[in-house]
Design a protein around this ligand. Structure first.
Ligand code: ADP
Ligand code: MG
Length: 771
């Protein structure tokens, strides 16, 4: 059969031409075009497809889609192809991610339709692929950007909001905005800027107009009103932005309410301190280290008597305000050293030259590198107080002197009473020898008591020098118990309990004697109806005392206890017991010095006292004294009592205004063979000495003489004879005067009241001494 192939040819031609055209179109379009077989292998594609995947055409031909996709995408493609195959309906607009030959990923949008043979059988798929990687990236970036700004907006720690400048409606606001103003997110829809800006409408509108005109603007400090009506202070910045072609104003604010409050507080406290400074009754100052006042309050101006602050600011402190500029140097030195000085007493000067006494509490002011740049402080005027104190001290002194004299006078009266009583009994002619000596003994004892009273006062006034020696307390107690047993009322039973192993105490025997005496006299006074007085000694280890007395210094202590069964005392009395002049005894009966003296003595011995008492149950005074380590020296109360003394035949001049004492001396010395000359006062003594100095071997003179004192007598006599021997007798010689006189040449002192032995021993000693 002959066919007209021309037609065929023509058709072929036409076909080829059509194909060519399509080919060109395909190669010209930017989208990728592909055809794959049922299994997904490329059978045809255009240039753009090659470009998208980055392969050469010959590499791509027959390539399966799994080779340029990851597993996930391959599955997606398979599912799409499958659906298209089954339904025959093209799939449009789905996203794939392709992996190029160089490994880079591309996002594509694809559409796929089935490819059928002329018999209608499905032989593959064809599709268009559009590279949307760039678009996707841009979208992504935009989204990220938006998210970032949203976060910024939302999480800003300052209130931010945007509003429509024409409707004045708030469009959006962050949580800080809501938090500060107290509105809820739901209320945003109806919120106008007028609702919370606490300024009038005109000024709000004016602000908005400025923003519209200038784009952005620092609006400055504005007030907002919270929903609850309270005010918030904010600093506001506005900027104009475009949203969907419309003007929107964005406001960023800064809450400065607290700052404002702090500022206000500061201002108020400054005000407060200022008024404290201005109104203080004490002077408050600040000065330069060189001595110029930088600031001072009105009290300071008044204190120094200046007419104005300006006048005071001109003064030179050391020269014009200090009584003694040297004192400022001292104060300054202390301030510089310590940085702070409290209540430094200064003598200062007012403008008209009056002296005032002040207490200055000052501190230094330093700069950041530590240099002193100023002093500041407070000055309190105590001039008045000082003079009042002085007066008070004076009147107190008089008062206590009165009490003291009253007490002593009473004691002396008693003593004199005893002496007079016994002495008058001695005058009775009929008494026997034994009674004479008993009465004489009683008189001696009374005299001793008088002497010890004087000693006690001198101890209290610290006029005697203690002599510390190891002392056996037991000896002292034994002797003492005997003494008071004889002299105390018979209704009082005296017991002594003595520890055998007692270590010695280093102490002044006279003073310990004093302690015992004072404690026993108190015990006696506490038992007017009689009772038992117990004196005991004991040794204790410091460890046992540690709890009660924390400041122990010795290993071992000796306790001396004086206990009575008397009236006892309440806690109140116990608290004040040791105060000088504290007494519960009626006027004229107590001096209140007894225990004060005891306390002074015991403390000076490194000891302490413990008192145990209850009203009605008696009292026990325990005196603790450190035990000595050295062996005991023998204790002697009257070291001259048993000495046998020699007399002599020299001539002695006796000077005393007391007739009885003179007679005592005269008969004593005559009985020992001496020749005696007598003078009644100082002047007479000097006269007699001038006349008889060749014969006089010794002068014994009282210190307290009328007209010319014993001291003067001594000096006058020495003018006559530089080697004259002199003994001075006195009840009281101050240690300073005593040593002065000894240096001047007085050979000896005899303490009143004197004993025969003392007079005789010292007389002999001086007479025998070589000059
Ligand atoms: P004075 O004996 O002169 O009153 P003191 O200082 O010796 O002074 O004693 C002070 C006071 O302590 C006494 O007035 C008395 O109230 C009280 N006192 C001291 N010792 C005793 C004691 N043994 N019993 C009761 N009270 C005492
Ligand atoms: Mg007393």
């Amino acid at each position: 059969m002959i066919k007209d192939i021309t037609d065929n040819k023509l058709t072929e031609e036409a076909l080829r031409e059509g194909e060519e055209r399509y080919r060109t179109i395909l190669d010209d379009i930017e989208d990728g075009y592909f055809e794959v077989d049922i299994a997904g292998n490329f059978t045809f594609f255009n240039d753009s497809m090659c470009k998208i995947l980055g392969y050469l055409p010959n590499e791509m031909m027959g390539m399966n889609n799994q080779e340029y996709m990851d597993e996930g995408n391959a599955r997606k493609v398979y599912q799409t192809f499958n659906r298209v195959y089954i339904t025959g309906i093209p799939a449009k607009g789905f996203d794939w991610e392709l992996i190029r030959k160089d490994g880079k990923r591309r996002f594509v949008e694809a559409s796929v339709s089935p490819m059928k043979s002329s018999t209608g059988k499905a032989i593959g798929f064809r599709g268009i692929v559009r590279d949307i990687t760039e678009r996707k990236r841009a979208e992504e970036a935009l989204r990220e950007n938006e998210e970032r700004y949203q976060a910024l907006f939302e999480q800003a720690i300052v209130p931010v909001y945007i509003f429509d400048p024409h409707t004045k409606r708030v469009l959006e606001a962050n949580s800080e905005f809501f938090r500060i103003l107290g509105y809820s997110v739901e209320e945003l829809e109806t919120l106008h800027v007028y609702d919370f800006i606490a300024h009038n409408k005109e000024s709000v509108d004016r602000d908005i107009e400025h923003v519209l005109k200038e784009g952005s603007r620092d609006i400055g400090v504005r007030n907002w009103r919270r929903k609850d009506g309270t005010l918030v202070h904010v600093i506001v910045t506005a900027s104009l932005i475009q949203q969907h072609g419309k003007d929107i104003v964005c406001i960023i604010a800064n809450d400065i309410t607290e700052l404002k409050q702090a500022e206000e507080d500061l201002r108020q406290s400054e005000q407060k301190y200022r008024s404290l400074f201005e109104e203080s009754k004490d002077e408050v100052y600040i000065t330069t280290p060189e001595g110029k006042i930088l600031d001072v309050n009105p009290a300071g101006v008044k204190l120094f008597g200046y007419s104005s602050k300006e006048e005071l600011l001109r003064v030179d402190i050391p020269r014009q305000l200090y009584w003694n500029s040297h004192q400022r140097e001292e104060y300054k030195r202390l301030l510089d050293k310590q940085g702070y000085v409290k209540d430094f007493e200064l003598e200062m000067k007012t403008k008209d030259g009056k002296k005032i006494v002040v207490l200055d509490t000052g501190s230094v002011v330093r700069d950041s590198s530590g240099n002193i740049v100023a002093y500041r402080g407070i000055v309190r005027d105590i001039t008045e107080r000082k003079s009042l104190e002085e007066q008070l001290r004076h009147s107190q002194k008089l008062e206590s002197l009165g009490t003291l004299v009253g007490g002593i006078a009473h004691d002396f009266n008693n003593i004199l009473g005893i002496i007079i009583g016994h002495a008058s009994l001695l005058q009775v002619a009929s008494i026997d020898k034994e009674e004479v000596s008993r009465r004489a003994e009683a008189i001696m004892e009374a005299t001793e008591r008088g002497a010890s009273l004087v000693k006690q006062m001198m101890t209290f006034a610290r006029k005697t020098e203690p002599v510390f020696q190891p002392l056996d307390l037991n000896m002292l107690v034994k002797e003492f118990a005997k003494m008071i047993n004889e002299t105390f009322p018979k209704t009082i039973k005296v017991c002594s309990r003595i520890a055998q192993d007692l270590p010695p105490v280093v102490s002044d025997a006279t003073q310990i004697h004093q302690v015992l005496l004072n404690l026993c006299i108190n015990a006696r006074d506490a038992m007017p109806k009689g009772g038992t007085l117990t004196i005991s000694t004991k040794r204790v280890n410091a460890e046992k005392l540690g709890r009660r007395f924390p400041n122990l210094t010795a290993q071992e202590y000796v306790v001396l206890t004086v206990a009575d069964t008397g009236i006892g005392m309440d806690k109140n009395t116990q608290r004040r017991l040791f105060e000088p002049f504290f007494t519960t005894k009626p006027p004229g009966h107590g001096t209140g010095l007894g225990l004060a003296t005891v306390y002074g003595i015991v403390s000076s011995h490194g000891g302490f006292i413990h008192v145990e008492s209850e009203p009605g149950k008696g009292a026990a005074f325990r005196v603790y004294m450190p035990a000595a380590e050295k062996p005991v020296l023998y204790y002697q109360t009257s070291d001259l009592s048993d000495v046998e003394v020699n007399g002599g035949s020299e001539t002695i001049l006796i000077v005393d205004d007391e007739e009885y004492l003179r007679q005592f001396m005269e008969s004593l010395l005559i009985s020992k063979g001496y020749n005696i000359l007598i003078a009644k006062d100082g002047e007479q003594a000097v006269e007699i000495y001038r006349e008889h100095h060749k014969n006089i071997a010794l002068v014994i003179s009282d210190m307290g003489l009328p007209r010319l004192s014993g001291e003067d007598v001594f000096r006058q006599i020495r003018k006559v004879n530089p080697n004259a021997k002199v003994i001075l007798a006195s009840g009281l010689v101050e240690p300073v005067l005593e040593s002065e006189l000894l240096k001047a040449g007085v050979q000896e002192f005899i303490m009143k009241p004197y004993t025969q032995t003392e007079v005789l021993v010292k007389t002999r000693k001086v007479l025998d001494a070589k000059i």
